[in-house]
Design a protein around this ligand. Structure first.
Ligand code: ZN
Length: 195
């Protein structure tokens, strides 16, 4: 196989770690959320913070089991899934800023906390090596907003353990069956006429 070696990036903080491998035609990201908040369920400022820092993400499409629009889904969703949506949204903005008339990136996020650590996510993005420079610009922006959202919980919240995704009724209307959940979506953006 004459596959080019992956380009790697990593990020580590008290709240989450990322390992990013940019392959020929796709980008694989493993995320480990270290915060007690592995979902937005107890982060009620999430929507307000997104309106402030990344408002277009609320309009991105989401194909989830319950067919909820992302602006509703975001009130109680896994941090890895939110991060993926923001990264796709920032990638579209970077592509358009770099001169593209239209941008389309697809992503999916999966997790299985029966097998892997709680708070771990596998994220795949349809961005290959040729566009790595867009990723380098979008990644820090998605990281910064994720840090802001995870920091928005109170100190009491942060020390509180959130329920496991697999326990009964743990996530209200957002229970995934089976434990492995995967959310797939394209994010598309058009250059505004007045850009
Ligand atoms: Zn989604």
């Amino acid at each position: 196989m004459s596959r080019k070696p992956a380009l790697r990036h990593s990020y580590s903080s008290a709240l989450f770690d990322l390992n990013v491998s940019v392959l020929q035609d796709s980008t694989l990201i493993t995320m480990q959320v270290n915060s007690a908040h592995v979902t937005t369920r107890r982060l009620p400022k999430t929507t307000a913070l997104l309106k402030l820092h990344c408002p277009t993400v609320l309009k991105t499409k989401c194909f989830n089991e319950e067919n909820l629009p992302f602006r509703k889904e975001v009130r109680d969703t896994e941090i890895g899934h939110l991060f993926e949506h923001m990264l796709l949204d920032f990638l579209c903005k970077e592509a358009i800023a770099a001169g593209a008339n239209e941008a389309l990136y697809k992503g999916n996020t999966s997790w299985d906390w029966n097998v892997a650590a709680r708070g771990s996510f596998e994220i795949t993005i349809s961005l290959g090596m040729e566009e790595e420079k867009l990723l380098k610009k979008a990644l820090p922006k998605a990281i910064a907003v994720t840090e802001t959202i995870l920091s928005s919980g109170t100190a009491a919240d942060r020390s509180m353990k959130t329920p496991q995704v697999t326990s009964k009724n743990s996530l209200g209307g957002h229970v995934h069956k089976p434990a492995l959940a995967a959310l797939v979506h394209p994010v598309k953006m058009k250059r505004p006429d007045n850009f």
